[in-house]
Write a protein that binds this ligand. Structure first.
Ligand SMILES: *[C@@H]1O[C@H](CO)[C@@H](O)[C@H](O)[C@H]1NC(C)=O
Ligand SMILES: *[C@@H]1O[C@H](CO)[C@@H](O)[C@H](O)[C@H]1NC(C)=O
Ligand SMILES: *[C@@H]1O[C@H](CO)[C@@H](O)[C@H](O)[C@H]1NC(C)=O
Ligand SMILES: *[C@@H]1O[C@H](CO)[C@@H](O)[C@H](O)[C@H]1NC(C)=O
Length: 808
């Protein structure tokens, strides 16, 4: 996996020098900037003939500034002169007339406290990097020894090797430690590799001069100290038994269940040495709950050693200075890891055509229209953009095209060649990769290709640190099943005035936490200090405040047909409720969620029965939105559960709102249904009909029991209404309550109620269900109440009314 260095610079770059120097001189000298700046200037002057493209990115960088906002000044004339050479205006922009929220100018209306909260969240996202890279606690060797006294090595040890490039080596360490934990062995610190370039698909492992001590790359004391804090002892090579004491085993010979085979066949061997464990454990061998803390313990313990760390700092400073506006260094930068090298193009061809039936459809997607993706992911042109790639191996025409589009789109582009410290030139390939990895970590926004292990790992680590990270190539993250730490964002909307539904929401949140594969987000309306607001925060739900831009217009529409609407639904009586139910149409534009490609949206009246991963939705993933049947097995579908492709929804957002608000039937969409559900069905009819969400993600308790269901949706009657039916014989939903008892409600309720043991009302429902799942008692119950399985639980002429009712 290549990336790094080599610039696109040619003779045209020269005029830049003077403007650059002028600028730098007017800058007040801040701490370490002057020397690195001078180094860059010197380098610029020494350049004569230049590789690729003749692409003078720096010139363009400066010349295109005026487009980035009112602050551009003196550069203006140059821009007029030079821009056309790069302009490919006609090709761009067609699909992105949407003005994406600029994170610099996040406006969140509502009360000042709400705005403050959101701002705080955003600041955390964008500046959390300071936390990570600065203020490094450096434990001493003594600190470490003290900690290790209580953590003696185990009798059995495990040596392992690392393989391939930087990201693969980093992950090899994770796998090595993980495997040792599974086997009850103490792992031995591996040596790393200077250059792990893969010239074929074969694994590359360290030998001879290619070996580099761990401590040259990572901070060794910190690593051992942090692992020990997590209860993991790792032996340094000099502490480990000598090599001749080891039995060597090749993992390739062990079949699919590597940890099982090592345990059964080699359990008695005291010291075991294996080759590279990277991706050798199958997803089934890993345990989401037990392995996740180990994986994070290892990754969080990996920090650059002092020298590479100083390169990271130097590069960050240089990027901020190059990205200066009016002599004022940029406060931050964004990072694009762009895979467009020749080896990647070849890799994608091979990878997409592996004949094993797995859909691999996102390797090279959107690469050559990356500017469009950056817009969709709200990359501001005000923030300098660092573009990482292995430029040596990029087809000049391709580089010119792609970079030209970025510049045309107004991005101020910086590459490795602009900012690699002189001293780093002679460094090993993987050290450069490490430095760029951490420059990526230090960015405000990070975007890469999810098929690349480098970008996928950076994305997972950044999200773990609550830093913003996205991928531009669509589809899934192929390594996710091999690293059980990827969390699928799960979004619901809620408010502080629906107290009678709180118990359902609590079961939903707790069941999700139980399986530990979802990252919960709540778009919350109303009083966050209310008991449910505090409960959500205490249960690690990320709260998002969002006031839709269309709020007033929607309310006006609703009011214009108030009288008819109230008949359709009492939703229309309360503006807050109305806006609240429509909130899901804003999934693509709320802050924080804007980093995700796919999110799972659900109503609050659900609970999860199994761990859910993105790939469970079936590949290829939906093009826009995917939903499943409502009560009837027909279109339109139910918007209570949505698998949503956010970049696509964002591209369509403007048109969607236009259709939503251009409606003279109040907020009823004839043939498509009421409110938000109606408009989603109307706008996305084609895609919805094309790819329906599996019923296992929207399983209703009034249908037959589905042992494979992922999530149950209490669609129609809620549990308290089922209970009330048992007690009063009355049901607001025609025969649907009876249907629930006759079908699967009771089986689900018994699973569900364990999540809310404090809800005594619901224990009564659970108790009744315990009786009713006994067939004999059920038969008596049926006879006494005259209950019969109904073919038609809702009369034909009440269908519309039923649809309305359940939208509340
Ligand atoms: C792997 O093998 C071990 C030991 O034979 C066994 O206990 C375990 O269930 C197996 N795991 C999988 C996923 O096959
Ligand atoms: C990627 O592009 C191919 C070819 O245009 C297309 O068939 C596929 O659906 C795209 N995949 C994604 C995830 O967008
Ligand atoms: C929000 O709820 C808390 C707790 O119930 C209450 O003390 C506070 O007054 C409420 N604030 C508003 C603005 O209603
Ligand atoms: C919330 O997260 C923290 C930190 O990860 C964890 O210790 C705590 O148990 C979580 N709380 C709940 C209710 O899940």
């Amino acid at each position: 996996m290549g990336r790094y260095r080599v610039g696109l610079r040619g003779r045209e770059a020269r005029p830049t020098r003077s403007s650059f120097r002028d600028r730098s001189q007017s800058t007040s000298p801040s701490r370490c900037t002057q020397s690195s700046l001078r180094a860059i200037l010197n380098r610029l002057q020494s350049y004569r003939i230049y590789l690729l493209v003749g692409a003078a990115l720096l010139v363009l960088l400066y010349l295109t500034w005026p487009r980035s906002g009112p602050r551009g000044t003196a550069q203006h004339e140059h821009a007029v002169e030079l821009t056309p050479r790069w302009s490919s205006k006609s090709e761009t922009s067609a699909s992105t007339n949407l003005r994406v929220r600029d994170p610099d100018h996040t406006s969140t209306s509502g009360s000042p406290t709400l705005a403050k909260r959101v701002t705080a969240e955003l600041e955390h996202l964008e500046h959390g990097l300071q936390r990570l890279l600065k203020n490094r606690f450096l434990p001493s060797r003594d600190d470490l020894s003290k900690l290790l006294q209580n953590l003696p090595p185990k009798q059995q040890t495990l040596r392992f090797k690392v393989c391939n490039g930087f990201a693969n080596q980093r992950l090899s360490v994770v796998y090595g430690v993980l495997l040792a934990q599974h086997l009850g062995r103490t792992p031995v610190l591996p040596v790393l590799m200077r250059d792990g370039i893969q010239r074929s698909d074969a694994t590359v492992m360290a030998h001879g001069a290619n070996k580099v001590p761990f401590e040259d790359v990572y901070d060794l004391t910190f690593f051992l100290y942090e692992l020990a804090k997590a209860g993991i002892r790792m032996l340094e090579p000099h502490e480990a038994p000598r090599l001749s004491a080891y039995t060597e085993v090749s993992l390739g010979s062990l079949g699919a269940n590597v940890s099982g085979a090592l345990d059964t066949t080699y359990g008695h061997v005291q010291h075991l040495s294996i080759d590279c464990p990277l991706f050798k454990m199958s997803p089934g061998e890993m345990n989401q709950r037990l392995d996740e803390p180990i994986i994070w313990a290892v990754l969080d313990a990996l920090r650059p050693a002092q020298l590479p760390y100083s390169y990271v700092e130097t590069m960050q400073r240089a990027i901020k200075h190059l990205g200066a506006i009016n002599g004022k260094p940029a406060a931050r930068y964004n990072f694009l890891h762009l895979r467009l090298e020749n080896d990647w193009v070849a890799h994608c061809k091979r990878w997409s055509n592996i004949p094993d039936g797995v859909v691999r459809d996102n390797c090279y997607n959107n690469t050559e229209t990356i500017d469009v993706q950056l817009r969709l992911f709200a990359f501001s042109t005000n923030v300098p953009l660092y573009v990482a790639s292995y430029w040596n191996d990029v087809e000049p025409e391709r580089a010119k095209k792609v970079m030209g589009r970025l510049v045309d789109a107004g991005y101020r582009v910086i590459t490795s060649n602009d900012v690699f410290p002189e001293a780093m030139k002679a460094e090993d390939r993987e050290i450069k990769a490490l430095v760029e990895y951490y420059v990526g970590f230090g960015a405000s926004r990070f975007i890469g290709n999810s098929v690349s292990t480098f970008a996928a790992l950076a994305l997972l680590e950044r999200r773990h640190q609550k830093l913003w990270a996205a991928y531009y190539n669509g589809g899934n993250i192929p390594v996710a099943p091999y690293l059980p730490v990827h969390k699928l964002p799960w979004v619901f909307t809620y408010n502080s005035w629906s107290g009678k539904y709180d118990y359902m929401l609590k079961a939903a949140v707790r069941s999700a936490a139980h399986f530990n594969t979802l990252m919960p987000y709540c778009i919350f309306d109303g009083n966050t200090s209310s008991s449910i607001g505090r409960w959500l925060v205490d249960n690690n739900v990320t709260m998002i405040r969002h006031v839709p831009s269309w709020r007033d217009e929607l309310l006006k529409k609703a009011q214009s047909r108030m009288k008819d609407n109230v008949q359709h639904s009492h939703l229309y009586k309360n503006p807050d409720m109305l806006v609240s139910t429509f909130q899901r149409v804003d999934l693509p534009v709320v802050p924080i969620l804007d980093q995700y490609t796919y999110v799972l949206y659900t109503d609050a009246d659900v609970y999860f029965r199994r761990a859910i991963h993105l790939d469970d939705f079936g590949l290829p993933l939906p093009r826009s939105v995917s939903m499943s049947y409502e009560f009837y097995k027909m279109f339109p579908y139910n918007a209570g559960i949505i698998m949503a492709n956010l970049p696509t929804m964002r591209r369509n957002y403007k048109a969607f709102l236009a259709m939503m608000l251009d409606n003279d039937d109040g907020l009823y969409y004839p043939n498509y249904g009421p409110a938000d559900q109606g408009i989603i069905n109307k706008f996305y009819e084609h895609d919805l009909r094309n790819q329906m969400l599996n019923q296992a993600f929207n399983t209703k308790p009034y249908n037959d029991f589905d042992p494979n269901s992922f999530l149950i949706h209490f669609h129609g009657p809620k549990p308290h209404e089922y209970l009330s039916y048992l007690e009063t014989g009355k049901c607001d939903f025609y025969s649907v309550c009876e249907q629930g008892f006759l079908k699967s409600l009771c089986q689900y309720v018994q699973e569900w109620q364990v999540y809310i043991p404090e809800e005594t009302e619901m224990m009564r429902l659970g108790d009744s269900c315990t009786w009713l799942t006994n067939p004999t008692i059920m038969a008596v119950f049926q006879k006494k109440t005259g209950l019969l399985a109904q073919n038609q639980a809702v009369p034909d002429d009440k269908r519309q009314e039923f649809t309305q009712k359940q939208r509340l």
